[in-house]
Design a protein around this ligand. Structure first.
Ligand SMILES: Nc1ncnc2c1ncn2[C@@H]1O[C@H](COP(=O)(O)OP(=O)(O)OP(=O)(O)O)[C@@H](O)[C@H]1O
Ligand SMILES: [Mg+2]
Length: 250
């Protein structure tokens, strides 16, 4: 049996009562796969990712992360699961005035005692890990540079290094290359794909670029008006499915 990294069972989510954004969604993301979620604006893609990092809780249904029921967890156990889930965003979410190394070290906050963070005295092993993560994403010489001085593509790679230091097993990427030029987009997507393959990370990416989603993913999930319209391997995607997903909404 395939192990699932992420699972939703009959999840309904509403920001306002009576207006479901996700409407009875069930899905599973097998461990170690690259899955892209596509679909029109407002379909609920970002909301769906937020269920998996605990930023929103479902009104009904179940959320499972790495084999554990997540939506009902509280306290330390909830934080343990959250630590497994790294997030990267379209706008990178870096501290621009801090160095790249400091930004990447933020990924270790869950392990480092508060007083060390407060005094900026991270354990040497954590600093070494952060340097290695920067190297892994191709930014070895950038440790001391303020993040704000980097290009968009480089910033996204710092954000990925931060997730690596977090030791997350799952990366949720909400339109990670939407602000990048084609060359930088390719570099970031290839990096994500490479990490997924070599480190058996699970990657779930929201995207408006169907071509990129098809190129880099194992599976595609089409979301429309809060419902899963299509879920399957990326190589059997076709024009008919595209029309059904993006055709005029009722
Ligand atoms: N915090 C919030 N409070 C109230 N409504 C929200 C909130 N966040 C999102 N929504 C609404 O939920 C719906 C789905 O939003 P969501 O951001 O999940 O869509 P999306 O598929 O990610 O869209 P896009 O492709 O534009 O990013 C939209 O109608 C949006 O207005
Ligand atoms: Mg979104």
């Amino acid at each position: 049996m395939t192990e699932n990294a992420l699972e939703l069972q009959q999840v309904t989510q509403a920001y306002r009562k009576g207006h479901p954004i996700l409407d009875g969604v069930s899905l599973s993301v097998p461990k170690g796969q690259f899955v892209s979620i596509i679909g029109p604006s407002g379909a609920g893609k970002t909301t769906l990712l937020r269920l998996f990092n605990g930023m929103v809780r479902p009104a009904s249904g179940e959320v499972w992360v790495e084999g554990r029921r997540f939506d009902t967890l509280t306290g330390k156990e909830r934080r343990q699961v959250q630590q497994q889930v790294g997030m990267i965003f379209q706008d990178f979410c870096l501290v621009e005035e801090s160095s790249c190394l400091a930004n990447v070290l933020n990924g270790s906050l869950c392990r480092v005692p508060f007083w060390r963070v407060f005094l900026d005295r991270f354990p040497r092993v954590e600093v070494e890990q952060a340097r290695q993560a920067l190297e892994q994403v191709g930014l070895a010489g950038f440790a001391d540079k303020p993040a704000g001085e980097l290009s968009g593509g480089q910033k996204q790679r710092v954000a990925i290094a931060r997730v690596l230091v977090q030791q997350a097993s799952i990366i949720l990427a909400d339109e990670p290359v939407a602000s990048l030029d084609p060359g930088s987009s390719r570099a970031v997507l290839e990096l994500l794909r490479n990490l997924q393959k070599t480190q058996r990370l699970t990657v779930v990416m929201n995207s408006h670029n169907v071509e990129q989603a098809l190129q880099y993913s194992d599976r595609i999930l089409g979301l429309r008006q809060g419902r899963v319209l299509y879920e399957g391997p990326s190589d059997i995607w076709n024009e008919e499915k595209f029309r059904a997903l993006y055709g005029r909404q009722a």
